[in-house]
Write a protein that binds this ligand. Structure first.
Ligand SMILES: *[C@@H]1O[C@H](CO)[C@@H](O)[C@H](O)[C@H]1NC(C)=O
Ligand SMILES: *[C@@H]1O[C@H](CO)[C@@H](O)[C@H](O)[C@H]1NC(C)=O
Length: 191
């Protein structure tokens, strides 16, 4: 009796080891790949040029303030204010110029000593072969400096594995409404 039990124990143990090996094979957590096997062949550098229309006033604002600290905080720098945006990106500076994409995300006033924004947003492109591809921006934007640089930290679609930088230059700013048109030059390395 004891011997039969021992035999079963061995069989069960062997089955357990075997099924663990099978499990490891069919549910592999990680593996090494060549970049070519996913179609990533040569890296290229692309330059994109467009205008960003940030409209905070009027009947159809594309930027809305979702946190307003003006009554409680330092209005000098709007520290703590947060905007959610869906700003059109156009090929030329005029508001009715052809739309090539949209800037969707948030910017937040993140400095106590100057007007400096944390930009956390995606450019969602609709133009030509870039339709559906996105670039992600995470940067610091001192809006009254002549040129601001922000990192491109990633992308999707044609911009998979993207990295690069965006240079922002204010093209037009309405001091009474706060509406702005910003020229962007974006340099991005991708496959
Ligand atoms: C972009 O792609 C969407 C979804 O496939 C399509 O509906 C739209 O017409 C395309 N836009 C342009 C400008 O090609
Ligand atoms: C600036 O904004 C004010 C207030 O919204 C508006 O009346 C004026 O027309 C705007 N100026 C320009 C040049 O767009």
């Amino acid at each position: 009796m004891a011997q039969t039990l021992l035999k079963y124990k061995n069989v069960i143990f062997t089955l357990f080891i075997f099924s663990s090996l099978l499990e490891a094979q069919s549910h592999q957590f990680s593996r090494k790949l060549s970049s070519k096997s996913l179609g990533f062949k040569t890296e290229k550098l692309t330059h994109l040029h467009f205008y960003f229309h940030d409209t905070v006033t009027g009947d159809h604002p594309s930027a809305v303030r979702v946190v307003d600290t003006t009554s409680t905080n330092t209005p000098d720098t709007f520290f703590g204010d947060i905007f959610v945006i869906d700003d059109p990106l156009t090929v030329g500076p005029k508001p009715n110029s052809k739309i090539v994409g949209r800037a969707q995300g948030i910017y937040a006033s993140a400095s106590l000593s100057e007007i400096r924004l944390l930009m956390a947003l995606n450019y969602v492109f609709v133009e030509g072969k870039y339709n559906g591809s996105t670039l992600s921006i995470l940067g610091s934007n001192s809006v009254f400096s002549p040129v601001r640089e922000m990192p491109i930290v990633g992308g999707s679609g044609l911009f998979r594995f993207a990295r690069g930088y965006a240079l922002a230059k204010t093209y037009f700013f309405n001091t009474s409404s706060g509406d702005a048109i910003v020229e962007y030059n974006v340099y991005v390395i991708h496959y």
